[in-house]
Design a protein around this ligand. Structure first.
Ligand code: WQD
Length: 339
C-alpha cells in the first residue's frame, strides 16, 4: 500500500515515515519545506534503508495539490501532518495560519474525493480542549474556545472532516496529540526548530548545549504542586507508532464510525520543573533557568485519558520521561556535531 504523508519531513511526520516503512508500507512525502529541510529524506533512508518518495508541494495551492494527485494515482491513504503549528506565531500572523492550515486540508480532501481515496489519518491536537474542566481529559470533553488561531484551525479542520465524511465517504481517524518530545534512538531525526524554538524541549536542550544562555520557565505561580504548568508529554516514537496502528485500523475497516477521535498521550502529567529534573538526571547537566511570568495563552494543566486508544486501537505509550529527555539530548548533541 502506498501512503501519502503530508508534512513528512517535519518532526512527527518524519518519525511516522520511519515507522510506516518499517511496517512494510511504501511512502511518498510531500512538504513545502517551510519548516523542515529536504535532508530529512536522506536521514530517513539511512534509518530504514529505503528512500521514501518526495515531492516539494505547497498544499495551500489548489493547482499544485491537484496535479500531484493526478500524477500519483496509486495512493491508498493519506496521513496529513502539513500545517503551521506555532501557537505564538499564529497570534501574530492569523491569516497565514487560517489560509495554510485550513486550505491545505480542503485541497487534500477535494483531491481524495476526486480520486476515490477513502482513508485519512489527521493530525489534531489537545489544544482543541483549551483548559479542560475535568482531568484526565476524554475525547468527548467539550471543545472549548481556542486560545490561539493555531488551536482554532485544528478545531475548524476537525469540523471540516466531520462535515465532509458523510458526503465523500471519507473514513477518518483524528489523533489529538498531547505534547510530543524526544527523538528517534538513532539521533538521525528529531525536532528541528528553525530559528527560535517555540516548545519546551528544544529550549531545554539548546540551553544545555550552550546555544542559549538561560531558559525561562513561564510561570511559577500555577495551582500545581511545584507552581509550574503541567502537560502530558509523549515520546515522538510512541506517537509515530500510533499512526501506523490507526492506518491499519482504518484499512482493516475496524472503525465503527466514519470519523473517530483518539487522544494520544501517556495519561501522566509532568510539570516544567519535573521535565527539567529528568533532563538534568539524564544529561548530567545542571540547567540554567529562571522562573518568569506566565506565557499569555498557556493553560495551567492538562493530561489525557488514553483509555480509548489503549482499548480500541490497542496502542499504549511505552517510553517514559527519562527516555524522552535522554533521546532529546542525544539528538541535540548530534546536531552540534554536524554544525
Ligand atoms: C509546554 C510547557 C510552557 C517553553 C503547544 C501546542 C500544542 C503542540 C505543542 C503542536 C508550557 C512551558 C515552554 C519555554 C517554558 N503543538 N515552557 N519555557 O504550549 O503546551 O503546546 O506545543 O502540535 O498543540 O499548543 O507546548 O512546549 O510550548 O510548552 O516554561 O521556553 O512548557 O509555558 O507550560 P504547549 P510548549
Amino acid at each position: 500500500m502506498k501512503i501519502l504523508v503530508t508534512g513528512g519531513t517535519g518532526y512527527i511526520g518524519s518519525h511516522t515515515v520511519v515507522e510506516l516503512q518499517q511496517s512494510g508500507y511504501e511512502v511518498i512525502i510531500i512538504d513545502n519545506l517551510s519548516n523542515s529541510s529536504v535532508e530529512v529524506v536522506d536521514q530517513i533512508a539511512k534509518i530504514t534503508g529505503t528512500r521514501p518518495g518526495f515531492e516539494k508541494t505547497d498544499l495551500s495551492n489548489a493547482d499544485e495539490t491537484a496535479s500531484f494527485f493526478r500524477k500519483h494515482g496509486d495512493i491508498s491513504a493519506v496521513i496529513h501532518f502539513a500545517a503551521f503549528k506555532a501557537v505564538g506565531e499564529s497570534v501574530l500572523e492569523p491569516l497565514k495560519y487560517y489560509s495554510n492550515n485550513i486550505m491545505s486540508l480542503v485541497h487534500i480532501l477535494t483531491a481524495m474525493q476526486k480520486h476515490g481515496i477513502l482513508h485519512l489519518v489527521f493530525s489534531s491536537s489537545c489544544t482543541v480542549y483549551g483548559q479542560p474542566d475535568v482531568l484526565p481529559v476524554t475525547e468527548d470533553a467539550p471543545v472549548k474556545e481556542a486560545l490561539s488561531p493555531y488551536g482554532y484551525t485544528k478545531q475548524v479542520c476537525e469540523r471540516i472532516i466531520q462535515d465532509t465524511s458523510p458526503v465523500s465517504g471519507t473514513q477518518a481517524i483524528m489523533l489529538r496529540y498531547f505534547n510530543p518530545i524526544g527523538a528517534h534512538d538513532s539521533a538521525l531525526i528529531g525536532e528541528l526548530p528553525l530559528g527560535v524554538p517555540n516548545n519546551l524541549m528544544p529550549y531545554i536542550t539548546q540551553t544545555a548545549v550552550g546555544k542559549r544562555k538561560c531558559m525561562d520557565v513561564f510561570g511559577g505561580d500555577y495551582n500545581t504542586p511545584d507552581g509550574t504548568a503541567i502537560r502530558d508529554y509523549i515520546h515522538v516514537v510512541d506517537l509515530a507508532k500510533a499512526h501506523v496502528i490507526a492506518l491499519r485500523y482504518l484499512s482493516g475497516q475496524k472503525n465503527k464510525e466514519a470519523v473517530e477521535i483518539f487522544n494520544l498521550g501517556t495519561g501522566k502529567g509532568y510539570s516544567v520543573l519535573e521535565v527539567i529534573r529528568s533532563f538534568e538526571k539524564m544529561s548530567g547537566i545542571s540547567l540554567r533557568y529562571q522562573i518568569t511570568r506566565r506565557r499569555p495563552g498557556d493553560i495551567e494543566k492538562v493530561w489525557a485519558d488514553t483509555s480509548l486508544a489503549n482499548n480500541v486501537l490497542n496502542w499504549k505509550a511505552e517510553r517514559d520521561m527519562d527516555d524522552m529527555t535522554s533521546s532529546a539530548w542525544k539528538w541535540e548533541l548530534e546536531l552540534k556535531k554536524n554544525i
